[in-house]
Design a protein around this ligand. Structure first.
Ligand SMILES: [Zn+2]
Length: 123
């Protein structure tokens, strides 16, 4: 028997021993009446597995609802932004607000919105 083979056998024995220990602890806890501990650990393990998947799906859903793609009102290059936020166009540097699912130039504070009315005079 060479050295490599004996190492492989010892590795197999140590793996078997760890599994045997795990099963023994499992049986012992069930015998003592701590099955609830095992069940709660299994539930915790399941939550740890499921939570990242739910977070990923939720994030994709949220981004699908709130991510807006459009064009810059100043230079016409494609822009991506979140709903009801302000962003800066990377091409022209114009500050752009995302309102009603499209990009608009933000109005300065104190700006009064006026509608022009055509008044015709009769001579
Ligand atoms: Zn731009």
């Amino acid at each position: 028997m060479n050295l490599n083979q004996s190492q492989r056998i010892s590795l197999g024995i140590s793996a078997l021993r760890s599994w045997f220990t795990f099963i023994l602890i499992f049986l012992l806890l069930g015998y003592v009446g701590l099955g609830w501990l095992l069940k709660s650990l299994l539930v915790l393990f399941g939550l740890i597995l499921v939570t990242p998947i739910l977070l990923f799906v939720g994030l994709r859903w949220w981004l699908g609802r709130n991510l807006i793609q459009g064009t810059c009102p100043s230079c016409g290059n494609p822009l991506t932004g979140l709903k009801n936020t302000q962003t800066t166009c990377p091409f022209c540097g114009q500050s752009v607000a995302v309102e009603n699912a499209n990009f608009q130039r933000p109005t300065e504070p104190g700006t009064i919105d006026v509608q022009a009315v055509d008044v015709t005079t009769v001579d």
